[in-house]
Design a protein around this ligand. Structure first.
Ligand code: HEC
Length: 197
């Protein structure tokens, strides 16, 4: 797939994707960014802990359902306590509900291109300001990297435990989130916060 249309779309969208750019001196933007960052980290940390706890107790096949259901429960919980909207997205989704929008897709593609060129994408995350239903929101996106434990459910299907493979096949017949290697970008966590005015 050619990267050019996406990159052009991204560049022409008029958003400034990097941290430390215009408006960072605006205290409202700085506060929204801090909230987005901490909600994103809370979500990532809680999912990771829940996943590995379930893998320890019920094995990976049990963790598949635990992960799928608890990822949403944890998002809802963090959203309730922080007022930040949270999602996980990827270019190769397991669940179509996690499909990125066009700007998110463009950013994931540019990270993939950077990684392919041997550059580590901005692990601190990237933010943009957008209008959303007449409200200005800060949209924050942070890459999620594949580590060894992720391969149990996102690695080479041939090397997966048969019970994991069969649970995944049954629950996600359209699963594209396999075949990853450690160190690759799996996707991103997205946090969206209104900028108070
Ligand atoms: C026990 C199995 C299991 C493990 C281990 C696991 N995942 Fe997943 N992952 C899932 C399932 C199941 C889903 C689909 C959840 C849903 O329905 O939204 C998923 C979805 C995701 C998504 C959302 C995008 C998509 O494909 O739908 C991301 C991002 C993700 N996982 C990252 C990771 C990372 C990073 C790790 C390692 C830290 C990891 N996962 C480990 C089972 C697992």
């Amino acid at each position: 797939m050619s990267l050019i249309p996406f990159v052009l779309f991204f560049l022409s969208s008029g958003v400034e994707p990097r941290t430390g750019t215009p408006r960072m001196d605006d205290p409202q933007v700085a506060t929204a960014l801090a909230e987005a960052r901490s909600a994103a980290d809370l979500l990532t940390g809680s999912i990771r802990r829940t996943l590995f706890r379930h893998m320890g107790s019920g094995g990976p096949a049990a963790a598949v359902s635990a992960c799928a259901d608890s990822a949403y429960a944890i998002s809802a919980e963090v959203e309730r306590s922080s007022g930040v909207e949270l999602r996980r997205v990827s270019l190769k989704v397991r669940n179509a509900a996690n499909t990125p929008d066009s700007l998110e897709t463009a950013l994931l593609i540019s990270w993939a291109a950077e990684a392919a060129a041997g550059v580590t994408p901005d692990t601190m995350g990237v933010w943009t300001l957008r209008m959303n239903g007449g409200v200005e929101v800060l949209h924050f996106m942070k890459p999620l990297f594949v580590t060894a434990p992720c391969l149990t459910c996102h690695g080479n299907p041939q090397r997966m435990a048969p019970d994991v493979r069969s649970v995944l096949r049954k629950r996600y017949p359209e699963d594209r989130a396999v075949g990853y290697k450690a160190g690759e970008i799996r996707g991103a966590v997205v946090a969206v916060v209104p900028v108070p005015r």
